[in-house]
Write a protein that binds this ligand. Structure first.
Ligand SMILES: [Zn+2]
Length: 71
């Protein structure tokens, strides 16, 4: 994946990062293929082979966020 991204809003360069959720610890957000399925003990069913870590780019000028789920 080409790491150089240009903001679609203001045409400035974007820097790569990720979106983290924090409860007591930080957690990575994943992209999961298909419809969400509730699991009684884990919240949602997430199979490792059906999920990808999300890369999020932030425009260095306006702050716009754009996400990708590269293999
Ligand atoms: Zn921008």
């Amino acid at each position: 994946m080409n790491d150089a991204k240009t903001c679609p809003k203001c045409q400035q360069s974007m820097s790569r990062g990720f979106v983290a959720d924090r409860a007591e610890l930080y957690h990575l957000s994943l992209w999961v293929e298909g419809e969400p399925e509730v699991s009684s003990w884990k919240g949602l069913k997430v199979l490792p082979e059906k999920s990808l870590v999300i890369a999020t780019y932030r425009c260095i000028s306006c702050g716009f966020l754009e996400s990708y789920a590269p293999r």
